[in-house]
Design a binder for this molecule. Sequence first.
Ligand code: ADP
Ligand code: ZN
Ligand code: ZN
Length: 731
Amino acid sequence: MIAEVIVDITNDQVDKVFDYIARPDTVVGERVTVPFGKRFIEGYVLRLKEKSELSLTLLKPLGQPKDDYPVLLPEFLALNDKMRALFHLRNVDCMRLFIPTQLRNGKAKPLYSHFIELTESFDDQELLKNTRKNATKQIELIKYLRPDNLYAKTELNKKFGSQNVTKLLELGVVCQVTTAIHRAPQFIKREDKQVILTNDQEKVVNSILKNRQKVHLLFGVTGSGKTEVYMRIIAQVLSEGKTAILLVPEISLTPQVLATFTARFGESVAILHSGLSDGERFDEWQRMRTGQAKIAIGARSAIFSPMQNLGVIILDEEHDPSYKSETNPRYDTHEVAKMRGEYNKCPVIFGSATPSLDSFYQAQQGEILLHTLPNRANQKPMPNIEIVNMCDEMRAGNTSMFSKRLLDELEKVVRDKNQAMLFINRRGFSSYMICRECGYVAKCEDCDVSLVYHKEDNLLKCHYCNRRYKALTNCPNCGSSYIRMGAIGTQRVVEELRERFPNVEILRMDFDTTKNKNSLNELLSKFGQTKPCILVGTQMIAKGHDFPAVTLVGIINADMSLHFSDYRAPERTYQLITQVAGRAGRADKEGIVILQTYTPRHYIYRFASNYDYLGFYKKEINLREVTHFPPFSKIIRVLVTAENKDEARATTARIYSKIQDYFSIHRDEFLLCSAMASPVTRIEKKYRFQILCRFLLNTEPEITNFIFDTVSNDKHPKSLVFVEVNPSNMS
Ligand code: ADP
Ligand code: ZN
Ligand code: ZN
């Protein structure tokens, strides 16, 4: 037999499958050692076949398996083909997604514990006779052991000396029993909360269970009890002997979420998150693989959990950008979930209070089934969102970053010993220009997206059509010279707050303050215990936290993401506002949201403050259609980076000219095809260039395939080239 093997090395040239002569006991999916050139490396058996196209004399024999089970489930071998076709990944990229690094590099191994017991056919007198008379310790040990009892070997070694334990093992007086220990992640223990489903929830649960082979979108306002719906469906599939995967965005993978699930499902829950040690991660993976764990909960990469016989796959907060991997290997979790759903013939559920435009559009097209939970489970109204015009503040002489309304509300929080969350929006490297007098923001005349300021050449550029504009010194709208880059950091907000409220605890939560493994949890638990308290943070505070004493949510600079140079900026802004607002007034106390903006009349704020998702959706999808943006078109960016600028430029030019040849024949489908330096021209010493293509979907997927093929056929040893589909970060 011949084994087709994927070798575990990264090299553009080596995305091949190699033939080896199989051992008689070779199984598909096993991890093996293979001779490769002059070395021995790790590989995975993808397939077995009768014959190779190469002559047998050229083939080398397969080495020994590294594990006593095939590490790749049959499902993953099928998934490999599908993912390669859709995301243009290399075999080795897929394998690395399927198999935890801890297993691949041998960093984590099972943790064993050894026990000693008396051998069954043990004859007291006989043995004592055979043991040397002066071996008093050995005799003591034999007398100490009771039949049918297990003793920890380390304990016996300590008490009687390891040489004596070894001796008795050699004599066969005692034998050793070895078991693997489960290194379990820590979680909070909590009582399970039993509720009776509302009529709406009941309808959703039944409808999903009736349509098992479908993809579902669960659109339910914050607090509508989506989690309870997930748990009921999971309980049902578990009772049928099946398993489940629940994905949540990494930053909302909070101890509270885990506690909720372990309270109901106990030991059947396995957890994968970035805070686990290598050993814990390895053991959780093994518990999933062997079926000890029935429910896998984790962030994006947990979609590759080795669960067998899946009964349901759930993506909670499905709109979250983190479901798209934007670094290598690039893939979209939604699509992988659909592939696994199809393979297992099980339902896939996307859940959100603010569904992504893509998913909602698919639901409207009838491709996925829509379910709605329009009301909060506890019947509480959503907090009132009050819009404050920061231009008015400026005109009234208030140049601080806090409006008078926000300060008044903050004082009230402090007086009543409640809590406030202040949200600052920061993402990406790029900046937009905004007039602080009138709120004017520089936009592209052709594309209606905010222009990005490029410091090096002091120009404003459109990232979608490459049009350039002179940087502004005065506002073209009102003439004011208060035209600035719109960026404020959490640190500045905290400093100003400390001056204004010297006696109040002020906490900061952002990427910098939560780098350590436990700092996020510590911060959250400190916030939970401190009153009054103001928590200042980025996106992180928007997710899933449940703090009953929060009565005020302030959004310092709502516009920030609105003017981000991404066509999805309005969508993201709507999602963020709704989520942040959902943090206020969750318990008995009523909540209020103060939203500060320089463009109060923007349609997003009208829809968001009325919690009118459908209104927002209709407006936004219409805009996408008339401006030919996704889902009505596709954007592809080819990103080229190299340490040598000329090298990067030459690679870009070479690939660009090939794409242009194609473009000149298919001009009708293309909306844009251009090459330019990236907005951030250099990152980590590497120069960056990009080719942007935007095209209609008529000839999809041919154009996409053409671009991927062009890049993979181009030889560029000194440049790195990435192809990105509908990227959200264009810096
Ligand atoms: P979502 O995930 O939609 O934001 P959750 O599932 O977190 O909402 O539910 C919000 C709150 O409502 C939780 O405290 C939950 O225990 C409670 N809840 C959910 N369903 C019910 C129900 N049927 N009856 C009473 N309370 C419920
Ligand atoms: Zn433009
Ligand atoms: Zn102005």
